[in-house]
Design a protein around this ligand. Structure first.
Ligand code: AQP
Length: 337
């Protein structure tokens, strides 16, 4: 018999610094919308962060920075659960079980590991390799059914579904875990670097000019947009005209995502104009949208006790959901509980 799982959202952001426009438009802004639609759990995934070296003091600061960003963006801590991954031990426990469910071949296909490990795979941490198993555990520990993420996480979500299916088949209940649905579509799902329209905007890009950071002031935002790589052609009037123009396409997409318009509507307004006119309009829009968020993040960052209180309460609520599910996992696997 097919069991229907209650609808529940889970997603997370790594506290690895430089929270950028891609994280905001591709993830955090969707979190804000989803909290009104179903029970929502938003995690600060500090255990993922340490798959690459993190300075311990900075990790702590950046964890509070993400908590501030969540609340400043509009996530209501009384409505959604906001907490830190390492505070709920079920994440590590379920990840271990999934390390034993997932196959090496599945993980060998993960493109993010290849990108992040670079040429010298032998020196990458084991944690970086099994990162997708921990991500599957994050989601399934709460039997989450919906996962709002940017497009770069699509492959990891598919793996989480494969792990859930294999666990369900092997441990006797085809509906024990739901198969979580990625929520990827929509404006902002893939924001590209301002210096290279073919690679995604990323926290770890060595160039500061490649990304707009949520703590950038108005002048810095304007400077980064002014220096954004473009081509000499004016903007086209139709979408076809953006093909093979990745930088122009990216800036149009950013404008559309910030303004709540379609790309087509942006071209209807700016088609035929050069970047000399479009870039200042984009900079004004980005400043207008981000300044209140930046200001509120700064205010909240000044109140660490408040942010720590939100994380503590969130972790308690998260444990209430996770513990019975983890207990059942252990029983099914054959651990004496
Ligand atoms: N460029 C992007 N466009 C749209 N969405 C994005 N996300 C990340 N970059 C973009 C989404 O943001 C959420 C949180 O990401 P993360 O902090 O967990 O790590 P990440 O995906 O590895 O992000 P970064 O910023 O690019 O970090 P590095 O440089 O370390 O790889 C996720 O939902 C992600 O999809």
């Amino acid at each position: 018999m097919t069991k229907t799982h209650a609808q529940r959202v889970f997603s997370g952001v790594q506290p690895t610094g430089n929270l950028h426009l891609g994280n905001y438009l591709g993830a955090i802004r969707k979190f804000v919308d989803m909290q009104h639609e179903m029970e929502s759990i938003y995690c600060i995934v500090d255990m993922h962060a340490i798959t690459v070296w993190q300075d311990p003091k900075q990790l702590r600061d950046q964890t509070l920075e993400i908590a501030a960003a969540y609340v400043a963006a509009g996530i209501d801590p009384d409505k959604a659960i906001i907490f830190q991954q390492s505070a709920v031990s079920g994440h590590a426990e379920l990840a271990w079980v999934f390390n034993c469910v997932a196959r090496m071949g599945w993980l060998n296909r993960m493109t993010q590991f290849k990108d992040k490990a670079g040429k010298d795979k032998e020196r990458a941490s084991v944690g970086l390799f099994v990162y997708p198993n921990l991500m599957a555990a994050d989601i399934l520990l709460y039997r989450a059914t919906h996962v709002p993420v940017g497009e770069d996480q699509k492959q990891h979500l598919e793996l989480a579904r494969d792990i859930a299916t294999k666990f369900n088949n092997e441990f006797g209940d085809e509906d024990f875990f739901p198969l979580p649905e990625p929520l990827i579509k929509g404006p902002g799902a893939r924001i590209m670097s301002l210096r290279d329209g073919t690679s995604k905007m990323s926290k770890s890009d060595p160039s500061d000019l490649s990304r707009i950071v949520l703590t950038d002031d108005a002048d810095t935002i304007a400077k980064k947009i002014k220096k954004a790589k473009t081509d000499p052609e004016p903007l086209p009037t139709e979408m076809d005209g953006l093909e093979d123009r990745p930088e122009a396409k990216n800036l149009v997409g950013i404008y559309a995502a910030l303004a709540g318009m379609t790309d087509e509507a942006v071209l209807a307004e700016f088609g035929g104009e050069g970047f000399g006119k479009f870039k200042p309009a984009l900079a004004d829009l980005a400043v207008a949208k981000l300044a209140p968020l930046t200001e509120e993040m700064r205010r909240l960052r000044g109140d660490e006790a408040y942010l720590e209180g939100i994380l503590r309460t969130g972790a308690e609520k998260a444990r209430v959901i996770a513990e019975p599910i983890m207990r059942e996992v252990k029983e099914r696997v054959g651990f004496i509980v």
